[in-house]
Design a binder for this molecule. Structure first.
Ligand SMILES: Cc1cc2nc3c(=O)[nH]c(=O)nc-3n(C[C@H](O)[C@H](O)[C@H](O)COP(=O)(O)O)c2cc1C
Ligand code: SF4
Ligand code: SF4
Length: 303
């Protein structure tokens, strides 16, 4: 079997990536055992993704005893009670804050684990995102032992040209190596935040008017327009974690509360989805993480 970037992987790794190995063993009533018969740590990694960075990170932090679970799918199933030795969460920061769906999920979640870790991906400026997650998760009664950030391609189209972003070396293998080592020793640590970063976040809130209690939460009908380039392929109906797109006799329509995750705009093959109010640096450039297929984004987000 081959990965999306062409490397060979075993059936065992493929099952692990699909989250089937641990789930399958559990369904058969089998404990997770190593070949020597010792008990192993079961890890669950929860993720939210628009353009694949967080799914890639979640996969890279998974071992053979890890179950990867998409937050939009858990919300769809109404599944909030999870138990494992270790539970992690990987999400993209939006205005340094968690996506709205991640906030709402953590408020309802009952996560039972000896060790909880969070990895926040960002593209350019993380500011006080670590402290923000600490506060949000504590308020939800679910504090995390380890919180760190990781820089990746910035998918924010109004400020960045995706063709340029992909050329920048963001030292992703080094970040993954550092985080893997920390998790292996169950490090209890929160990445530090400077006073300047706190002030920058406060400045962002003031300038943008974004509500710190909800983060980005828009209406897709106000944010996006669909142009005549649309070919009714239906991709947007499957990649949106809010299920905001539908194919109608009058063409594609979008409506509903919107995370502003950009899964729709980046994954439309015709570049037929456009911002109504914001300009783009390069309207011809779109992004999806090079290791993540469109199929995986659909599997993660389809409603
Ligand atoms: C609405 C929105 C807001 C964002 N805000 C920030 C930000 O404040 N700081 C930053 O460095 N990156 C920001 N980004 C970039 C993403 O956090 C980053 O590209 C992330 O890795 C995307 O993850 P994904 O591919 O899993 O969706 C933002 C992206 C979006 C769509
Ligand atoms: S993904 Fe783009 S081309 Fe396909 S149906 Fe949606 S708007 Fe149209
Ligand atoms: S409409 Fe687009 S930006 Fe909004 S939640 Fe759906 S995929 Fe994300």
């Amino acid at each position: 079997m081959k990965t999306e970037n062409g490397n060979r992987i075993s059936r065992r790794s493929a099952l692990k990536r699909m989250g089937l190995l641990v789930a399958g063993a559990a369904a058969l009533g089998m404990p997770a055992l190593t070949s020597c018969g010792e008990e192993t740590r079961k890890r669950i990694i929860l993720y939210f993704t628009g353009t694949g960075n967080c799914l890639y990170v979640a996969r890279e932090l998974a071992d053979e005893h890890t179950e990867l679970l998409s937050i939009p799918q858990l919300v769809k199933q109404g599944r909030y009670a999870l138990e494992a030795d270790e539970i992690g969460i990987v999400y993209p920061v939006y205005g340094h804050m968690p996506p709205n769906m991640v906030r709402e999920f953590i408020k309802k979640a009952q996560l039972k684990a000896k060790y909880k870790f969070a990895v926040l991906t960002y593209g350019n400026r993380k500011c006080s995102s670590v402290e923000i997650w600490d506060e949000v998760s504590r308020k939800a009664g679910c504090p995390f032992d380890y919180i760190t950030t990781m820089i990746m391609v910035d998918n924010w189209l109004p400020n960045f040209d995706m063709n340029e972003q992909v050329k920048i070396d963001k030292h992703i293998p080094e970040s993954l190596e550092r985080i893997r080592a920390d998790l292996a020793e169950r490090k209890r640590w929160h990445e530090s935040v400077t006073e300047l970063e706190r002030q920058q976040h406060a400045g962002f809130l003031q300038a943008s008017g974004v509500d710190p209690e909800t983060g980005f939460l828009l209406h897709s009908q106000d944010a996006f327009a669909i142009t005549d380039d649309c070919i009714d392929c239906g991709i947007c109906t499957e990649v949106c974690p809010r299920g905001n797109y539908s194919l109608t006799s009058e063409g594609v329509k979008t409506e509903g509360d919107c995370e502003f995750c950009f899964a729709c705009i980046h994954n439309c093959p015709q570049k037929a989805i456009r911002f109504k109010q914001m300009k783009e640096v390069n309207p011809n450039a779109r992004y999806r993480n090079e290791h993540v297929s469109l199929w995986s984004i659909k599997e993660s987000n389809r409603q």
